[in-house]
Design a binder for this molecule. Structure first.
Ligand code: A2P
Length: 329
């Protein structure tokens, strides 16, 4: 495969490279792109040094697959140019997610809808991916009526600038701010900009993407909160089902789901935490318990490394699916 990574110097881009290495993705030629200010920088991949190139050079090189993580405006402008050159683009930004003709993919749930005409494929929002991986198998068995989700999101979801803000504030250094307030020792109920209805765009992404990927009939409400954490996103999820459930069956279903790891042993203080999810590809589920305040309802706690399954790993898994099932190689 001739593979391009657009946004290779960014937080998600560098994890994409790590995941491609770890999963031994078959690469004959690797093209690394970033903004003009990074052109000429060296990046090491599989013990070889690669020079960062500009995006136009990458397009004329006609890669088979381009993994994009360079923001929405870069994707809107350049993904169609790659697609026109015959490249399959897997885009981590929100640019194409809700586009009528573009597919939004969590491989374990809906990769089978992909075909050779899908030249621009959207990677869902990080919070959506971990939420849906956990609830999709439960929906299949007991049919979900309503989801109430509260997120506790890592600063890494905002990018390098936010991570620097947290580290600077911890050390008492004055620096660039990614957020309107201090994030160190604080929580901001404000992930992405606000929309007119009072919700943030992050909250609406989770609602809309759940409808697109899983089921438009599920009622979803979300409060998304940024917390001074690095390792991953956490989510408190309340699920109301159409049908009554057996709690041991819920555990069994989650236990058997590929990509889910159940960590739920309260007697030994075992539950998922971002500090232990960091660097791993699984979505961790714990605190599995019936909601006694409402019939047919369940509470779970879901944690995952947002840079891996929430972004880079999901994108690489889509690329693997394309290679195995869609591309003629
Ligand atoms: P650069 O490092 O040169 O700014 P993050 O989300 O972690 O901030 O990373 C964003 C990534 O997107 C970086 O690799 C950044 O490159 C890259 N990027 C930003 N704008 C463009 C652009 N117009 N073309 C290609 N890459 C871009």
């Amino acid at each position: 495969m001739k593979v391009a990574v657009v946004g290779a110097t960014g937080l998600v881009g560098s994890v994409m490279l790590k995941v491609l290495e770890e999963r031994k993705f078959s690469i004959k030629e690797l093209i690394l792109c970033a903004s003009e200010r990074s052109t000429g920088k060296n990046i090491i991949f599989n013990n070889n040094s690669y020079k960062v190139t500009g995006i136009s050079d990458a397009i004329s090189n006609k890669p088979d697959i381009a993994l994009f993580s360079a923001g929405s405006s870069t994707s809107l402008k350049y993904a169609p140019l790659f697609a026109k050159a015959g490249t399959y683009v897997i885009d981590n930004s929100s640019a194409w997610r809700m586009h009528r003709n573009k597919k939004l993919i969590v491989p374990e749930i809906n990769a089978s809808i992909l075909n050779s005409g899908d030249k621009i494929i959207a990677n869902p929002n990080c919070s959506t991916i971990q939420l849906l991986l956990a609830v999709a198998p439960l929906h299949k068995r007991y049919k979900i009526k309503r989801l109430v989700v509260s997120t506790y999101q890592s600063v890494t979801g905002t990018g390098v600038k936010a991570l620097n803000q947290l580290n600077d504030e911890e050390k008492g250094i004055k620096g660039e701010k990614a957020y309107p307030y201090q994030i160190y020792r604080n929580c901001l109920p404000h992930c992405a900009g606000f929309s007119d209805d009072g919700y943030t765009k992050e909250e609406l992404k989770i609602v809309n993407e759940t409808h697109k990927i899983l089921d438009p009939e599920i009622k979803v409400t979300v409060t998304a909160v940024r917390v001074p954490v690095e390792g991953g996103h956490s989510e408190a999820v309340n699920i109301e089902f159409e049908n009554d459930f057996d709690i041991s069956d819920i555990r069994n279903i989650l236990d058997k789901t590929i990509g889910i790891s159940v960590q739920d042993d309260i007697e030994n203080n075992i539950y998922p935490m971002p500090i232990s999810a960091e660097g791993k590809d699984d979505v961790f589920v714990g605190r599995i318990r019936r909601d006694f305040s409402n019939p047919k309802s369940l509470n779970i706690w879901v944690v995952s490394d947002n840079l891996r399954k929430g972004a880079a790993t999901n994108a690489v898994q889509i690329a693997e699916y394309l290679v195995e099932n869609v591309l003629n190689v």
